[in-house]
Design a protein around this ligand. Structure first.
Ligand code: RNT
Ligand code: ZN
Length: 414
């Protein structure tokens, strides 16, 4: 008996089918964010990152061209099992030599190279309008701006993005999740809280006049509690976004860095799934604030995964990663975050949820606690190795040697 068969039997004795878990993990795609590769800079402007989000660190080897970014993503993906999606931001438009289009004039053709990339790898694409790092976002207000011409500019950007998201879905044959996040807010306690939110709602209404097929483009709205420089008031608060998506039948997006520190997305998920066909997540790791550290295999990531699996709605939760760390090798950051999200999913898939639910309903909290704690010593790592082997990716830390080699041969020469 090899070690995997031993683990398989141990799980089977507790009612868990490891083969089904491996299969489910292989089919579970995670949206890998292109913006980890270049510190959220993109290709369409020389503007620094704005909007109250921040990368820190200056590790060498940042991707500065589309070819570099795509090569780095390929390196990362070669070390991650399964089939995934790539999450693209509008500021990653790829222009021909001498060509330029402002955000309100972006067209599908400016993203043709992303489609080519995804199609060649059989992957899907997700999309995000970029309402930051732009002169017209310098005031910190985009879709909620009281200046009508600026507000309209951003509405046009949103419409252009819906057209691009539709193009992604049509070309790849895989639905595109399009997430709207705006940085709008105020540093100081505002005199008028209602006005900006009313304008944001109006702008969203105008944006949604752009026709699209709801089966192809899943439009999400992401809430936030605060950003750097906008500490006192955030237009797109949790209540705003939730009410808006409910009214319009959009998809709510929860970023686990976007809540007060003792609030957890793992506890919100079931409530959201009860009232929505689809829920989208940005999985990240906030350290003391919305710092967007690389996702670890930590308690909350595991608890989020547990909720996704235990709900029986795995296919209704669109998981994307959202972190940006410029202080370590950026390719390694992707690999660590993606593998950790997968590890958390595997751990959840290897859990006898039905049995434990029964204990809860029977009020046998003693067994629920004791069994779930003992279960932590189950040989999860053996099943993880088996999954990686079947996917043809390193099952252990050997992947790091590959990234170091890539750093020596490619990244350090940039
Ligand atoms: C910002 C939001 C948003 C961005 C990306 C780059 O706080 O989390 O999702 O991180 O759009
Ligand atoms: Zn986010």
């Amino acid at each position: 008996m090899n070690v995997y068969q031993w683990a398989q039997e141990k799980y089977a004795a507790r009612g868990v089918d490891t083969e089904a878990a491996i299969k489910a993990l292989q089919d579970f795609s995670i949206s890998m964010h292109c913006w980890q590769g270049d510190d959220v800079i993109g290709f369409d402007s020389k503007q620094g990152l704005s909007g109250g989000i921040q990368t820190t660190g200056n590790y060498p080897g940042r991707a500065t061209t589309p070819a570099e970014l795509m090569a780095d993503m390929d390196k990362a993906l070669s070390l991650i099992g399964g089939k995934h999606k790539i999450n693209v931001h509008a500021c990653y438009a790829i222009f021909e030599e001498g060509e330029f289009a402002d955000r309100d004039a972006l067209e599908p053709k400016h993203f043709a190279k992303w489609v080519e990339y995804a199609k060649a790898r059989g992957m899907g694409l997700d999309f995000n309008p970029t309402f930051f790092s732009h002169p017209k976002a310098a005031s910190g207000l985009t879709l909620s701006n009281p200046d009508e011409s600026i507000r309209k500019f951003w509405v046009e950007h949103g419409k252009a993005c819906i057209r691009i998201a539709s193009y992604f879905a049509k070309e790849t044959g895989i639905p595109c999740v399009m997430n709207v996040w705006i940085p709008d807010g105020y540093k100081e306690v505002p005199a008028d809280r209602m006005g900006p939110r009313a304008r944001f709602a109006q702008s969203m209404d105008e944006m949604l006049e752009e026709p699209f097929d709801k089966n192809e483009v899943l439009i999400c709205l992401e809430s936030k509690v605060f950003g750097i420089g906008v500490e006192s008031y955030t237009v797109g608060s949790a209540e705003f976004t939730l009410n808006y998506v409910n009214q319009k039948g959009l998809v709510p997006l929860m970023d686990n860095g976007h809540y007060h520190p003792t609030e957890v997305v793992s506890d919100k998920l079931s409530a959201m799934l009860l009232f929505h066909k689809k829920v989208a997540l940005h999985v990240t790791r906030g350290v003391r604030w919305d710092s967007d550290h690389v996702v670890r295999f930590d308690d909350e990531t595991r608890e989020i995964a547990k909720e996704i699996v235990a709900s029986g709605r795995m296919n209704d939760v669109a998981v994307a990663l959202d972190f940006f760390d410029a202080s370590i090798n950026r390719v390694a950051a992707w690999v660590v975050g993606m593998r950790n999200m997968q590890r958390a999913m595997l751990s959840a898939l290897l859990t006898p949820h039905a049995d434990w639910k029964k204990l809860q309903d029977e009020a046998d909290f003693t067994s629920m606690l004791a069994l779930s704690e003992e279960f932590k010593s189950m040989p999860e790592c053996v099943v993880w190795e088996e999954f990686c082997n079947r996917c043809g990716v390193p099952a252990d830390e050997q992947w790091l040697a590959e990234v170091k080699k890539y750093e020596a041969e490619v990244l350090s020469k940039r």
